[in-house]
Design a protein around this ligand. Sequence first.
Ligand code: 5AD
Ligand code: SF4
Length: 472
Amino acid sequence: MGNAIDIRLESLVKPATPGVAAANSATSAVAEQARGTFFLETFGCQMNEHDSEKVAGVLLARGYRQVETPEAASLILYNTCSIREKAAQKVFSRLGVYRDILGKEQKIGVLGCVAQQEGEAIFSRAPWVSLVCGSASYRNLPQMLAQLEAGAERVTGLDNDTDETFETEVTRRDNPWRAYITIIEGCDKACAYCVVPFTRGPERSRDSARVLSELRQLAERGYSEVQFLGQTVNSYADPSPRKMRFSQLLVESAQVPGIRRVRFTTSHPRDFTPDIVAAIETHPAICNHVHLPVQSGSSRVLRAMQRTYSRAEYLEKIAMIRGARRQTAITTDIIVGFPGETEAEFDETLSLLDEVKYEGVFSFKYSPRPNTPATSMPDAIPEEEKSRRLALLQEKQRAIQVNTLQKLAGEIFEVHVDGASKKENQWYGHSSCNRVVNFSSSKSDLLGEYVAVRVNGCTPNSLLGEHVVRPL
Ligand code: 5AD
Ligand code: SF4
Protein backbone atom coordinates (compact mmCIF):
# COMPACT_ATOMS: atom_id res chain seq x y z
CA MET A 1 0.00 0.00 0.00
CA GLY A 2 2.98 2.24 -0.59
CA ASN A 3 1.15 4.93 -2.48
CA ALA A 4 -1.90 5.13 -0.34
CA ILE A 5 -3.02 8.22 1.47
CA ASP A 6 -3.45 6.16 4.54
CA ILE A 7 -6.54 7.47 6.20
CA ARG A 8 -8.08 4.03 5.91
CA LEU A 9 -7.86 2.74 9.37
CA GLU A 10 -6.40 -0.70 9.11
CA SER A 11 -3.15 0.75 7.88
CA LEU A 12 -2.76 3.07 10.82
CA VAL A 13 -4.04 1.29 13.85
CA LYS A 14 -1.75 -1.50 14.85
CA PRO A 15 -3.93 -3.95 16.75
CA ALA A 16 -2.60 -5.22 20.03
CA THR A 17 -1.75 -8.82 19.21
CA PRO A 18 -2.00 -11.59 21.75
CA GLY A 19 1.36 -12.80 20.45
CA VAL A 20 2.68 -16.03 19.15
CA ALA A 21 3.09 -17.60 22.61
CA ALA A 22 -0.55 -17.07 23.48
CA ALA A 23 -1.65 -18.49 20.14
CA ASN A 24 0.45 -21.59 20.69
CA SER A 25 -0.87 -22.23 24.17
CA ALA A 26 -4.46 -21.61 23.08
CA THR A 27 -4.32 -24.48 20.63
CA SER A 28 -1.90 -26.80 22.38
CA ALA A 29 -4.81 -28.79 23.75
CA VAL A 30 -5.74 -29.91 20.25
CA ALA A 31 -2.21 -30.51 19.10
CA GLU A 32 -1.78 -34.10 18.04
CA GLN A 33 1.96 -34.12 18.63
CA ALA A 34 4.85 -31.76 18.08
CA ARG A 35 5.47 -32.00 14.34
CA GLY A 36 7.69 -29.02 13.91
CA THR A 37 7.72 -25.28 14.02
CA PHE A 38 6.53 -22.72 11.48
CA PHE A 39 7.20 -19.10 10.67
CA LEU A 40 4.55 -17.33 8.60
CA GLU A 41 5.12 -14.03 6.82
CA THR A 42 2.27 -12.23 5.06
CA PHE A 43 2.10 -9.51 2.41
CA GLY A 44 -0.92 -7.97 0.77
CA CYS A 45 -4.53 -7.25 1.47
CA GLN A 46 -6.80 -7.97 4.41
CA MET A 47 -7.93 -11.18 2.70
CA ASN A 48 -4.33 -12.41 2.74
CA GLU A 49 -3.91 -11.43 6.39
CA HIS A 50 -7.01 -13.39 7.27
CA ASP A 51 -6.04 -16.37 5.08
CA SER A 52 -2.81 -16.46 7.10
CA GLU A 53 -4.82 -16.57 10.33
CA LYS A 54 -6.65 -19.61 8.97
CA VAL A 55 -3.45 -21.27 7.69
CA ALA A 56 -1.83 -20.73 11.10
CA GLY A 57 -4.90 -22.32 12.70
CA VAL A 58 -4.54 -25.42 10.50
CA LEU A 59 -0.84 -25.76 11.36
CA LEU A 60 -1.37 -25.28 15.09
CA ALA A 61 -4.15 -27.87 15.09
CA ARG A 62 -1.80 -30.27 13.33
CA GLY A 63 0.70 -29.99 16.13
CA TYR A 64 3.06 -27.35 14.78
CA ARG A 65 4.30 -24.55 17.00
CA GLN A 66 4.57 -20.99 15.70
CA VAL A 67 7.92 -19.23 16.08
CA GLU A 68 8.91 -15.59 15.65
CA THR A 69 11.95 -15.92 13.37
CA PRO A 70 12.49 -17.86 10.15
CA GLU A 71 15.75 -19.22 11.55
CA ALA A 72 13.86 -21.02 14.31
CA ALA A 73 11.30 -22.63 11.98
CA SER A 74 11.30 -26.07 10.40
CA LEU A 75 8.73 -24.75 7.91
CA ILE A 76 8.89 -21.18 6.56
CA LEU A 77 5.68 -20.03 4.90
CA TYR A 78 5.41 -16.91 2.85
CA ASN A 79 1.92 -15.66 1.90
CA THR A 80 2.35 -13.46 -1.17
CA CYS A 81 0.61 -10.67 -3.10
CA SER A 82 0.73 -10.05 -6.85
CA ILE A 83 -1.71 -7.16 -7.27
CA ARG A 84 1.07 -4.88 -8.54
CA GLU A 85 4.41 -5.69 -10.14
CA LYS A 86 6.49 -4.38 -7.23
CA ALA A 87 4.76 -6.68 -4.76
CA ALA A 88 5.38 -9.68 -7.00
CA GLN A 89 9.05 -8.77 -7.58
CA LYS A 90 9.56 -8.56 -3.84
CA VAL A 91 8.68 -12.25 -3.53
CA PHE A 92 11.75 -13.52 -5.36
CA SER A 93 14.15 -11.21 -3.56
CA ARG A 94 12.60 -12.33 -0.26
CA LEU A 95 12.93 -15.98 -1.28
CA GLY A 96 16.61 -15.23 -1.93
CA VAL A 97 16.97 -14.00 1.64
CA TYR A 98 15.36 -17.20 2.92
CA ARG A 99 17.67 -19.33 0.77
CA ASP A 100 20.67 -17.74 2.46
CA ILE A 101 19.50 -18.70 5.94
CA LEU A 102 18.05 -22.08 5.01
CA GLY A 103 19.35 -25.00 7.06
CA LYS A 104 19.32 -28.62 5.88
CA GLU A 105 16.18 -29.64 7.71
CA GLN A 106 14.16 -26.53 6.85
CA LYS A 107 11.48 -26.26 4.17
CA ILE A 108 9.96 -23.23 2.48
CA GLY A 109 6.42 -22.86 1.15
CA VAL A 110 5.08 -20.07 -1.06
CA LEU A 111 1.36 -19.35 -0.57
CA GLY A 112 -1.13 -16.88 -2.01
CA CYS A 113 -1.42 -14.96 -5.24
CA VAL A 114 2.16 -15.23 -6.54
CA ALA A 115 2.05 -18.99 -5.88
CA GLN A 116 -1.11 -19.27 -7.97
CA GLN A 117 0.18 -16.98 -10.69
CA GLU A 118 3.67 -18.41 -11.11
CA GLY A 119 2.76 -22.01 -10.26
CA GLU A 120 5.46 -24.61 -10.73
CA ALA A 121 7.72 -22.01 -12.37
CA ILE A 122 8.60 -21.03 -8.79
CA PHE A 123 10.45 -24.35 -8.43
CA SER A 124 12.69 -23.52 -11.39
CA ARG A 125 13.35 -19.94 -10.29
CA ALA A 126 13.75 -20.83 -6.62
CA PRO A 127 14.58 -24.56 -6.45
CA TRP A 128 14.92 -24.37 -2.66
CA VAL A 129 11.12 -24.01 -2.37
CA SER A 130 9.18 -27.18 -1.42
CA LEU A 131 5.54 -26.06 -1.44
CA VAL A 132 3.63 -23.83 -3.86
CA CYS A 133 -0.02 -23.33 -2.93
CA GLY A 134 -2.64 -20.81 -4.11
CA SER A 135 -5.48 -19.63 -1.90
CA ALA A 136 -8.13 -21.74 -3.66
CA SER A 137 -6.25 -24.87 -2.48
CA TYR A 138 -5.86 -24.05 1.22
CA ARG A 139 -8.60 -26.49 2.10
CA ASN A 140 -6.17 -29.26 1.03
CA LEU A 141 -3.37 -27.98 3.30
CA PRO A 142 -3.52 -30.91 5.75
CA GLN A 143 -2.85 -33.39 2.90
CA MET A 144 -0.07 -31.18 1.50
CA LEU A 145 1.54 -30.90 4.94
CA ALA A 146 1.37 -34.69 5.28
CA GLN A 147 3.28 -35.03 1.99
CA LEU A 148 5.94 -32.57 3.16
CA GLU A 149 6.25 -34.40 6.47
CA ALA A 150 6.73 -37.67 4.55
CA GLY A 151 9.72 -36.06 2.84
CA ALA A 152 8.20 -34.86 -0.47
CA GLU A 153 10.49 -32.31 -2.14
CA ARG A 154 7.90 -30.54 -4.30
CA VAL A 155 4.27 -30.24 -3.33
CA THR A 156 1.74 -28.11 -5.22
CA GLY A 157 -1.82 -26.90 -4.66
CA LEU A 158 -2.71 -24.93 -7.76
CA ASP A 159 -6.30 -25.97 -8.41
CA ASN A 160 -8.15 -22.76 -9.22
CA ASP A 161 -11.39 -23.96 -10.71
CA THR A 162 -13.24 -24.71 -7.53
CA ASP A 163 -16.67 -24.12 -6.09
CA GLU A 164 -15.39 -24.68 -2.55
CA THR A 165 -14.37 -22.23 0.15
CA PHE A 166 -11.73 -22.59 2.87
CA GLU A 167 -13.75 -23.66 5.90
CA THR A 168 -11.80 -24.25 9.07
CA GLU A 169 -12.75 -24.46 12.70
CA VAL A 170 -9.28 -23.54 13.86
CA THR A 171 -8.51 -19.97 12.81
CA ARG A 172 -5.82 -18.30 14.93
CA ARG A 173 -7.05 -14.72 15.30
CA ASP A 174 -4.53 -11.91 15.76
CA ASN A 175 -6.83 -9.12 16.86
CA PRO A 176 -8.51 -9.64 20.24
CA TRP A 177 -11.59 -7.54 19.41
CA ARG A 178 -12.14 -7.53 15.67
CA ALA A 179 -12.76 -10.86 14.02
CA TYR A 180 -12.47 -11.23 10.26
CA ILE A 181 -14.82 -13.58 8.46
CA THR A 182 -14.48 -14.26 4.75
CA ILE A 183 -18.00 -14.54 3.33
CA ILE A 184 -17.12 -14.65 -0.38
CA GLU A 185 -13.91 -15.81 -2.02
CA GLY A 186 -12.62 -15.10 -5.53
CA CYS A 187 -13.91 -12.59 -8.08
CA ASP A 188 -15.98 -12.85 -11.27
CA LYS A 189 -15.71 -9.19 -12.30
CA ALA A 190 -12.81 -9.36 -14.79
CA CYS A 191 -11.59 -5.77 -14.53
CA ALA A 192 -9.09 -5.34 -17.36
CA TYR A 193 -6.10 -4.54 -15.09
CA CYS A 194 -6.62 -7.04 -12.30
CA VAL A 195 -4.97 -10.40 -11.53
CA VAL A 196 -7.36 -11.36 -8.74
CA PRO A 197 -9.75 -13.40 -10.91
CA PHE A 198 -6.70 -15.43 -12.01
CA THR A 199 -5.10 -15.80 -8.59
CA ARG A 200 -8.17 -16.28 -6.44
CA GLY A 201 -10.52 -18.05 -8.82
CA PRO A 202 -14.27 -17.61 -9.35
CA GLU A 203 -16.67 -16.15 -6.76
CA ARG A 204 -17.78 -18.62 -4.08
CA SER A 205 -20.04 -17.47 -1.24
CA ARG A 206 -20.31 -19.22 2.10
CA ASP A 207 -23.55 -20.56 3.54
CA SER A 208 -25.20 -17.77 5.59
CA ALA A 209 -26.04 -20.15 8.45
CA ARG A 210 -22.37 -21.11 8.79
CA VAL A 211 -21.29 -17.45 8.71
CA LEU A 212 -23.81 -16.55 11.42
CA SER A 213 -22.95 -19.50 13.61
CA GLU A 214 -19.24 -18.62 13.37
CA LEU A 215 -20.13 -15.06 14.35
CA ARG A 216 -22.20 -16.20 17.36
CA GLN A 217 -19.31 -18.32 18.58
CA LEU A 218 -16.91 -15.40 18.19
CA ALA A 219 -19.28 -13.10 20.09
CA GLU A 220 -19.48 -15.66 22.89
CA ARG A 221 -15.69 -15.63 23.04
CA GLY A 222 -15.72 -11.86 23.54
CA TYR A 223 -15.33 -10.35 20.07
CA SER A 224 -17.45 -7.23 19.71
CA GLU A 225 -16.56 -6.33 16.13
CA VAL A 226 -16.69 -8.35 12.94
CA GLN A 227 -15.39 -7.47 9.52
CA PHE A 228 -16.83 -9.42 6.61
CA LEU A 229 -14.29 -9.88 3.85
CA GLY A 230 -14.52 -10.45 0.13
CA GLN A 231 -12.93 -8.98 -3.00
CA THR A 232 -16.49 -7.99 -3.88
CA VAL A 233 -18.16 -8.53 -0.52
CA ASN A 234 -21.54 -7.14 -1.55
CA SER A 235 -21.80 -9.58 -4.47
CA TYR A 236 -22.43 -12.17 -1.75
CA ALA A 237 -24.88 -14.82 -2.99
CA ASP A 238 -25.98 -17.21 -0.25
CA PRO A 239 -25.73 -20.74 -1.70
CA SER A 240 -28.16 -22.15 0.91
CA PRO A 241 -31.95 -22.44 0.39
CA ARG A 242 -32.39 -19.34 2.61
CA LYS A 243 -30.81 -17.24 -0.18
CA MET A 244 -30.09 -14.51 2.33
CA ARG A 245 -29.29 -11.15 0.78
CA PHE A 246 -26.06 -9.42 1.74
CA SER A 247 -27.99 -6.64 3.50
CA GLN A 248 -29.97 -9.22 5.47
CA LEU A 249 -26.75 -10.91 6.55
CA LEU A 250 -25.55 -7.53 7.84
CA VAL A 251 -28.82 -6.99 9.73
CA GLU A 252 -28.84 -10.46 11.32
CA SER A 253 -25.18 -10.06 12.27
CA ALA A 254 -25.90 -6.69 13.89
CA GLN A 255 -28.47 -8.45 16.09
CA VAL A 256 -26.10 -11.11 17.43
CA PRO A 257 -25.76 -10.51 21.20
CA GLY A 258 -22.37 -8.98 22.02
CA ILE A 259 -21.68 -7.72 18.48
CA ARG A 260 -21.40 -3.93 18.50
CA ARG A 261 -19.85 -3.30 15.12
CA VAL A 262 -20.31 -5.00 11.75
CA ARG A 263 -17.93 -3.93 8.98
CA PHE A 264 -17.53 -5.15 5.42
CA THR A 265 -14.99 -4.64 2.67
CA THR A 266 -14.56 -4.33 -0.33
CA SER A 267 -17.81 -3.31 -2.04
CA HIS A 268 -18.26 -3.25 -5.81
CA PRO A 269 -20.27 -0.26 -7.04
CA ARG A 270 -22.37 -2.36 -9.43
CA ASP A 271 -23.83 -4.43 -6.60
CA PHE A 272 -24.20 -1.59 -4.11
CA THR A 273 -27.98 -1.53 -3.71
CA PRO A 274 -30.43 0.65 -1.70
CA ASP A 275 -31.13 -2.15 0.82
CA ILE A 276 -27.50 -1.94 2.02
CA VAL A 277 -27.91 1.79 2.65
CA ALA A 278 -31.20 1.12 4.45
CA ALA A 279 -29.51 -1.51 6.64
CA ILE A 280 -26.78 0.96 7.67
CA GLU A 281 -29.38 3.65 8.28
CA THR A 282 -31.53 1.57 10.61
CA HIS A 283 -28.95 -0.55 12.46
CA PRO A 284 -26.38 1.47 14.41
CA ALA A 285 -24.25 -1.67 14.84
CA ILE A 286 -23.62 -1.76 11.08
CA CYS A 287 -20.67 0.60 10.65
CA ASN A 288 -21.24 3.80 8.72
CA HIS A 289 -18.24 3.30 6.45
CA VAL A 290 -18.28 2.06 2.87
CA HIS A 291 -15.16 1.35 0.83
CA LEU A 292 -16.34 1.79 -2.74
CA PRO A 293 -13.47 1.69 -5.28
CA VAL A 294 -14.11 3.94 -8.26
CA GLN A 295 -10.72 3.45 -10.04
CA SER A 296 -11.24 6.40 -12.43
CA GLY A 297 -13.46 9.46 -12.84
CA SER A 298 -13.67 9.08 -16.63
CA SER A 299 -16.44 7.01 -18.20
CA ARG A 300 -14.21 6.24 -21.20
CA VAL A 301 -11.47 4.85 -18.93
CA LEU A 302 -14.01 2.98 -16.80
CA ARG A 303 -15.30 1.29 -19.96
CA ALA A 304 -11.75 0.35 -20.98
CA MET A 305 -11.21 -0.99 -17.46
CA GLN A 306 -14.43 -3.06 -17.82
CA ARG A 307 -15.72 -1.70 -14.54
CA THR A 308 -19.40 -2.08 -15.62
CA TYR A 309 -20.48 1.42 -14.54
CA SER A 310 -20.06 4.97 -15.84
CA ARG A 311 -19.05 8.04 -13.84
CA ALA A 312 -22.71 9.10 -13.66
CA GLU A 313 -23.85 5.68 -12.44
CA TYR A 314 -21.14 5.66 -9.78
CA LEU A 315 -22.17 9.14 -8.64
CA GLU A 316 -25.77 7.92 -8.32
CA LYS A 317 -24.54 5.33 -5.81
CA ILE A 318 -22.69 8.06 -3.92
CA ALA A 319 -25.80 10.24 -3.88
CA MET A 320 -27.81 7.32 -2.53
CA ILE A 321 -25.32 6.80 0.34
CA ARG A 322 -24.95 10.50 1.11
CA GLY A 323 -28.75 10.95 0.95
CA ALA A 324 -29.34 8.65 3.92
CA ARG A 325 -30.25 10.10 7.31
CA ARG A 326 -27.19 8.47 8.88
CA GLN A 327 -23.94 9.99 7.61
CA THR A 328 -21.60 7.40 6.13
CA ALA A 329 -17.87 7.80 5.44
CA ILE A 330 -16.87 6.76 1.92
CA THR A 331 -13.36 5.68 0.91
CA THR A 332 -12.10 4.55 -2.46
CA ASP A 333 -9.30 3.10 -4.60
CA ILE A 334 -8.00 4.92 -7.69
CA ILE A 335 -5.61 3.85 -10.44
CA VAL A 336 -3.75 6.58 -12.34
CA GLY A 337 -2.08 6.12 -15.71
CA PHE A 338 -4.23 3.32 -17.08
CA PRO A 339 -3.18 2.73 -20.74
CA GLY A 340 -4.47 5.56 -22.93
CA GLU A 341 -5.60 7.78 -20.00
CA THR A 342 -5.40 11.33 -21.37
CA GLU A 343 -4.67 14.45 -19.34
CA ALA A 344 -8.34 15.43 -19.70
CA GLU A 345 -9.45 12.02 -18.45
CA PHE A 346 -7.11 12.28 -15.48
CA ASP A 347 -8.64 15.71 -14.77
CA GLU A 348 -12.01 13.98 -14.60
CA THR A 349 -10.64 11.82 -11.78
CA LEU A 350 -9.47 14.98 -9.98
CA SER A 351 -12.88 16.58 -10.38
CA LEU A 352 -14.52 13.43 -9.04
CA LEU A 353 -12.48 13.87 -5.84
CA ASP A 354 -13.91 17.37 -5.50
CA GLU A 355 -17.40 16.11 -6.13
CA VAL A 356 -17.40 13.13 -3.76
CA LYS A 357 -15.08 14.46 -1.04
CA TYR A 358 -13.95 11.01 0.05
CA GLU A 359 -12.94 10.40 3.64
CA GLY A 360 -9.96 8.45 2.32
CA VAL A 361 -8.33 7.42 -0.94
CA PHE A 362 -5.93 4.60 -1.78
CA SER A 363 -4.22 5.55 -5.02
CA PHE A 364 -1.96 3.50 -7.24
CA LYS A 365 0.04 3.83 -10.43
CA TYR A 366 -1.26 1.41 -13.02
CA SER A 367 0.95 -1.68 -13.06
CA PRO A 368 0.71 -4.16 -15.98
CA ARG A 369 -0.07 -7.66 -14.76
CA PRO A 370 0.38 -10.97 -16.58
CA ASN A 371 -2.65 -12.46 -18.38
CA THR A 372 -4.79 -9.34 -17.95
CA PRO A 373 -6.33 -7.66 -21.03
CA ALA A 374 -4.89 -4.25 -20.11
CA THR A 375 -1.31 -5.52 -20.47
CA SER A 376 -1.65 -5.58 -24.24
CA MET A 377 -3.53 -2.27 -24.54
CA PRO A 378 -1.77 0.47 -26.54
CA ASP A 379 -0.60 3.89 -25.31
CA ALA A 380 1.11 2.96 -22.07
CA ILE A 381 1.65 6.01 -19.87
CA PRO A 382 5.34 6.66 -19.04
CA GLU A 383 6.38 5.97 -15.47
CA GLU A 384 7.29 9.62 -14.69
CA GLU A 385 3.91 10.76 -15.94
CA LYS A 386 2.15 8.21 -13.74
CA SER A 387 4.18 9.47 -10.77
CA ARG A 388 3.26 13.07 -11.59
CA ARG A 389 -0.45 12.24 -11.75
CA LEU A 390 -0.28 10.24 -8.54
CA ALA A 391 1.39 13.12 -6.67
CA LEU A 392 -1.21 15.60 -7.95
CA LEU A 393 -4.05 13.35 -6.94
CA GLN A 394 -2.66 12.73 -3.47
CA GLU A 395 -2.04 16.43 -2.88
CA LYS A 396 -5.61 17.24 -3.82
CA GLN A 397 -7.03 14.50 -1.65
CA ARG A 398 -4.94 15.58 1.33
CA ALA A 399 -6.40 19.08 1.15
CA ILE A 400 -9.94 17.68 0.88
CA GLN A 401 -9.40 15.39 3.87
CA VAL A 402 -7.97 18.08 6.12
CA ASN A 403 -10.89 20.30 5.27
CA THR A 404 -13.40 17.54 6.11
CA LEU A 405 -11.64 16.62 9.33
CA GLN A 406 -11.40 20.24 10.51
CA LYS A 407 -15.16 20.58 10.24
CA LEU A 408 -15.64 17.74 12.74
CA ALA A 409 -14.41 19.80 15.71
CA GLY A 410 -16.93 19.65 18.54
CA GLU A 411 -18.57 16.41 17.40
CA ILE A 412 -18.71 13.37 19.63
CA PHE A 413 -17.69 9.95 18.30
CA GLU A 414 -17.97 6.54 19.83
CA VAL A 415 -14.41 5.21 19.78
CA HIS A 416 -13.24 1.66 20.24
CA VAL A 417 -9.96 1.89 22.16
CA ASP A 418 -7.27 -0.06 20.33
CA GLY A 419 -4.26 0.96 22.38
CA ALA A 420 -2.42 3.38 24.63
CA SER A 421 0.03 5.74 23.01
CA LYS A 422 3.51 6.28 24.48
CA LYS A 423 2.49 9.61 25.98
CA GLU A 424 0.81 9.43 29.34
CA ASN A 425 -3.02 9.60 29.36
CA GLN A 426 -3.12 9.33 25.56
CA TRP A 427 -5.06 6.63 23.75
CA TYR A 428 -6.02 5.77 20.20
CA GLY A 429 -8.85 3.93 18.59
CA HIS A 430 -11.31 4.13 15.77
CA SER A 431 -14.84 5.27 15.19
CA SER A 432 -17.68 3.35 13.55
CA CYS A 433 -16.97 5.38 10.40
CA ASN A 434 -13.40 4.01 10.58
CA ARG A 435 -11.60 7.21 11.46
CA VAL A 436 -8.49 7.05 13.60
CA VAL A 437 -9.03 9.00 16.81
CA ASN A 438 -6.20 9.97 19.18
CA PHE A 439 -7.52 11.21 22.50
CA SER A 440 -6.65 12.07 26.06
CA SER A 441 -8.30 10.57 29.10
CA SER A 442 -7.58 10.63 32.82
CA LYS A 443 -8.92 7.09 33.06
CA SER A 444 -6.73 4.01 32.99
CA ASP A 445 -7.64 0.58 31.66
CA LEU A 446 -9.51 1.79 28.61
CA LEU A 447 -8.10 -0.87 26.32
CA GLY A 448 -10.86 -2.62 24.36
CA GLU A 449 -13.57 -0.27 25.71
CA TYR A 450 -16.03 1.80 23.70
CA VAL A 451 -15.81 5.41 24.86
CA ALA A 452 -17.21 8.81 23.85
CA VAL A 453 -14.63 11.26 22.49
CA ARG A 454 -15.21 14.93 21.71
CA VAL A 455 -13.14 16.08 18.72
CA ASN A 456 -10.94 19.14 19.29
CA GLY A 457 -8.49 19.00 16.36
CA CYS A 458 -6.99 16.86 13.63
CA THR A 459 -3.86 15.78 11.78
CA PRO A 460 -4.00 15.07 8.01
CA ASN A 461 -5.00 11.48 8.74
CA SER A 462 -6.66 11.39 12.11
CA LEU A 463 -8.85 13.14 14.64
CA LEU A 464 -7.69 14.46 17.99
CA GLY A 465 -10.01 14.66 20.96
CA GLU A 466 -10.76 14.15 24.61
CA HIS A 467 -12.66 11.45 26.43
CA VAL A 468 -16.04 12.66 27.65
CA VAL A 469 -17.75 10.64 30.30
CA ARG A 470 -21.32 10.03 29.26
CA PRO A 471 -23.34 6.90 28.72
CA LEU A 472 -23.02 5.63 25.15
N1 5AD B 1 -2.27 -1.74 -11.12
C1 5AD B 1 -2.48 -0.80 -10.16
N2 5AD B 1 -3.42 -0.93 -9.21
C2 5AD B 1 -4.17 -2.05 -9.21
N3 5AD B 1 -5.16 -2.45 -8.41
C3 5AD B 1 -5.60 -3.65 -8.83
N4 5AD B 1 -4.89 -4.05 -9.90
C4 5AD B 1 -4.00 -3.06 -10.17
C5 5AD B 1 -3.00 -2.87 -11.16
N5 5AD B 1 -2.79 -3.77 -12.11
C6 5AD B 1 -5.69 -1.63 -7.32
C7 5AD B 1 -7.17 -1.31 -7.52
C8 5AD B 1 -7.85 -2.18 -6.49
C9 5AD B 1 -6.81 -2.21 -5.39
C10 5AD B 1 -6.96 -3.32 -4.40
O1 5AD B 1 -5.58 -2.36 -6.10
O2 5AD B 1 -7.37 0.06 -7.22
O3 5AD B 1 -9.08 -1.67 -6.05
FE1 SF4 C 1 -9.98 -7.10 -9.26
FE2 SF4 C 1 -12.12 -5.88 -10.31
FE3 SF4 C 1 -12.42 -8.19 -8.93
FE4 SF4 C 1 -11.78 -5.94 -7.62
S1 SF4 C 1 -13.69 -6.31 -8.76
S2 SF4 C 1 -10.82 -7.96 -7.36
S3 SF4 C 1 -10.47 -4.90 -9.10
S4 SF4 C 1 -11.33 -7.92 -10.87
